[in-house]
Write a protein that binds this ligand. Structure first.
Ligand SMILES: Nc1nc2c(ncn2[C@@H]2O[C@H](COP(=O)(O)OP(=O)(O)O)[C@@H](O)[C@H]2O)c(=O)[nH]1
Ligand SMILES: [Mg+2]
Ligand SMILES: [Zn+2]
Length: 333
């Protein structure tokens, strides 16, 4: 029966979800050779309906998912299978009435199968904030993603304030790309790092994500200065994510842009585990007197001692304490 269906309706091909609009899924086949407009079928559709009440339907299939598509006569497709995710970027979902128990926070998957995760900040407009960056770095670590930092608008670094930070994050082990779409500084290095990979870009509105993508990929013509999140007002669970795919230098390079996402808070972090997501703390954590140490005020804390002795940067420790507070205020995570 299934065999018959296979031949009369169409063949099954493999592709990757590049965009989701309501219940319509764009799937690209073979790099960016072909795009097929798809819907969900069967069990997946059932999952979608089950989750609709909680409004987490987008988690059933997300941008970056490799899928199997059953081709239809009219050239459209039906997604029959979502292949296992190698990894994904997720966040604590917004608080929603009726979603789970009182105080419970759910995990929302934003995109999947990333070889790299780039956090984009700007020197100014909006002003660089190391605490914000540290929070996003934790999100990358929690999701076990290969996380790097792009510092855009380096042309505005007149006082040279960024050098200290760039050095700090490089010492911790993060790759840092100081760039300027205006002066074209650092764009070549960034392009080489992206080439042949599937990467996700995350950054606050205004840091220059669209400008950067336009500067890196000449085919693109994204609107700069577009406040795309305003169209998403109130739709907390809608993730306005799309994947751009390029075939250049015989390689498929893909970048997932996340223009509609204003906040990413890491999901599933316990107080006593937070320190593990600060790579510069890790070598000290085992030396704390108590193995449940939260490195806040406990006696014999090796992390606090390392801050005192200049082995851990006090700014990082401040970020850590700030994040620890936000975890405490959540009943569940
Ligand atoms: N000075 C300076 N401004 C930039 C740079 N890159 C982007 N911008 C400006 O920053 C603003 C926001 O850029 P946009 O790409 O829309 O940011 P997005 O919201 O992250 O996509 C625009 O006015 C851009 O012209 C840069 O390297 N230097
Ligand atoms: Mg933009
Ligand atoms: Zn400690």
């Amino acid at each position: 029966m299934y065999f018959l269906l296979f031949y009369t309706i169409g063949t099954i091909i493999q592709g990757t979800i590049s965009k989701i609009d309501g219940r319509t899924y764009s799937v690209i086949i073979g790099g960016n050779a072909r795009e097929v407009i798809c819907s969900l079928r069967g069990r997946l559709n059932h999952d979608f309906r089950m989750k609709r009440d909680k409004r987490f339907a987008l988690d059933v299939a997300v941008v970056g998912d490799d899928v199997e598509v059953l081709m239809q006569q009219d050239g459209s497709g039906v997604i029959t299978e979502v292949l296992p995710r190698k990894n994904f970027l997720s966040r604590k979902a917004a608080k929603i009435k009726g979603a789970g128990y009182r105080g419970e926070r759910l995990e929302q998957i934003i995109c999947s199968n990333l070889s790299k995760f780039y956090i984009i900040v700007s020197v100014d407009f909006p002003l660089f904030n190391n605490k914000t960056l540290d929070r996003f770095l934790v999100t990358g670590e929690v999701n076990k993603l290969d996380t790097s930092i792009i510092v855009n608008k380096m042309d505005l670094n007149s006082g040279g304030i960024m050098e200290e930070f760039i050095e700090l994050y490089r010492e911790i082990g993060y790759e840092v790309f100081p760039v300027s779409t205006k002066s074209k500084k650092g764009l070549k290095q960034l392009y080489s790092s992206l080439l042949g990979n599937r990467s996700a870009f995350w950054g606050n509105s205004g840091v220059g994500k669209s400008s950067l993508l336009n500067a890196l990929f000449s085919d693109l013509n994204l609107v700069v200065g577009d406040i795309s999140f305003s169209t998403n007002k109130g739709k907390h669970t809608t993730v306005n994510v799309s994947m751009f795919s390029f075939e250049e230098e015989n390689k498929v390079t893909q970048v997932i842009d996340t223009p509609g996402i204003r906040e990413i808070e890491p999901y599933g972090v316990k107080k006593e585990d937070l320190g593990h997501y600060f790579p510069d703390f890790v070598s000290f954590i085992n030396k704390c007197k108590y193995n449940t140490c939260t490195h806040e005020h406990e006696p014999g804390c090796a992390v606090a001692e390392a801050v005192e002795n200049g082995f851990i940067d006090p700014m990082r420790y401040d970020s850590y304490l700030k994040l620890l507070e936000t975890i405490e205020s959540d009943m569940f995570f």
